[in-house]
Design a protein around this ligand. Structure first.
Ligand SMILES: Cc1cc2nc3c(=O)[nH]c(=O)nc-3n(C[C@H](O)[C@H](O)[C@H](O)COP(=O)(O)OP(=O)(O)OC[C@H]3O[C@@H](n4cnc5c(N)ncnc54)[C@H](O)[C@@H]3O)c2cc1C
Length: 273
């Protein structure tokens, strides 16, 4: 059984040793040492290698603590802001201020992470990718009667079931939102003082296949009611992401699950349970 004991007066000495190890690791990192080893850190801090492991568990633990220490020095974020744009701006500023509070360290940390996870990876690739940031704008799409999936009776699968005929285009609302996302990405790039910036030209899907038998109160404008029950057929429930009236930019699956639970209650009520 593990024994717990109090450090008592040794606590100060342990804290000093810990601080000395962290300072040594930071100095070695920012000096551009090609490979950070526990032995080198220990020698610089004037402690044994085993002390480094006792304090931090592993080299990864030491690096995590190093990064965590900087993060803890950055003031905590204010309470959630009402306007999502203010919230986004706030988060960008926080990330930038954390990064710039010890840029020399953060420039080196990610490359070492990659190195630890896959030591055989090409060093140059690790160096480059560790300084790359991908920013993706995910935007909402409004319902459009032109965007639809209908059975194609002229084209059938091996079972004779009509294949889907899909009509789909991206409207100005979504294009404007993507342009806005691009402007924000530029702002982020400028705040991070990036040296190279590339904008992807293609619009890619997030995999959220949504809509077609959409939900609504008006049977003329929707297929299912809020319980996902078909307006036309009271004993037919159509569950899944097809009921979404707009395509969300955020992940839909928890909402799909919550709606399924609501349908279960409606089905139980209808069955008299
Ligand atoms: C690459 C990718 C990544 C995604 N990542 C996320 C994510 O991180 N978070 C998130 O929230 N969402 C994510 N999504 C979206 C999420 O997977 C879907 O929104 C969700 O699975 C839709 O649930 P559903 O029940 O409507 O449809 P589905 O999960 O597609 O289920 C439909 C089921 O019906 C079956 N089926 C189809 N036709 C027939 C038939 N004729 N007879 C019998 N069975 C049939 C299919 O085999 C399937 O099992 C992702 C989607 C993709 C493609």
């Amino acid at each position: 059984m593990a024994r717990t004991y109090r450090l008592g007066r040794r606590e100060d000495a342990v804290r000093r040793t810990r601080t000395a190890i962290l300072s040594a690791a930071r100095e070695l990192l920012v000096s551009g040492t090609p490979k950070l080893s526990a032995g080198a850190v220990a020698a610089r801090a004037g402690v044994s290698r085993i002390t480094v492991y006792n304090q931090f568990g592993s080299k990864a633990g030491l690096l995590r603590e190093l990064a965590g220490g900087v993060r803890r020095g950055v003031p905590p974020p204010p309470a959630a802001l009402d306007d999502p744009r203010d919230e986004l701006r706030q988060r960008i500023l926080e990330s930038c201020s954390m990064w710039s509070s010890d840029a020399a360290l953060f420039r080196r940390l990610p490359a070492l992470d990659v190195e630890m996870e896959s030591p055989n990876e090409d060093r140059a690739l690790a160096d480059r990718t560790s300084r790359e940031v991908d920013i993706v704008a995910m935007v909402e799409q409004l319902p459009s009667p032109e965007n639809r999936v209908v059975p194609d009776y002229d084209r059938r699968d091996a079972l004779g079931i009509p294949r889907p005929r899909i009509t789909y285009s991206i409207d100005d609302y979504s294009k404007k939102a993507l342009d806005h996302g691009r402007r924000i990405a530029k702002e982020i790039g400028a705040a991070l003082k990036v040296t190279e910036m590339h904008h992807g030209e293609t619009i890619e899907a997030a995999g959220h296949v949504i809509g077609t038998y959409r939900m609504g109160l008006d049977p003329r404008r929707s297929v299912v009611d809020p319980d996902q029950r078909a307006h036309d057929h009271p004993n037919l429930f159509l569950l899944g992401s097809g009921v979404f009236p707009t395509s969300a930019a955020s992940n839909p699956t928890l909402t799909i699950a919550a709606l399924a639970l609501r349908s279960v209650s409606a089905i139980r009520r209808a069955a008299g349970n």
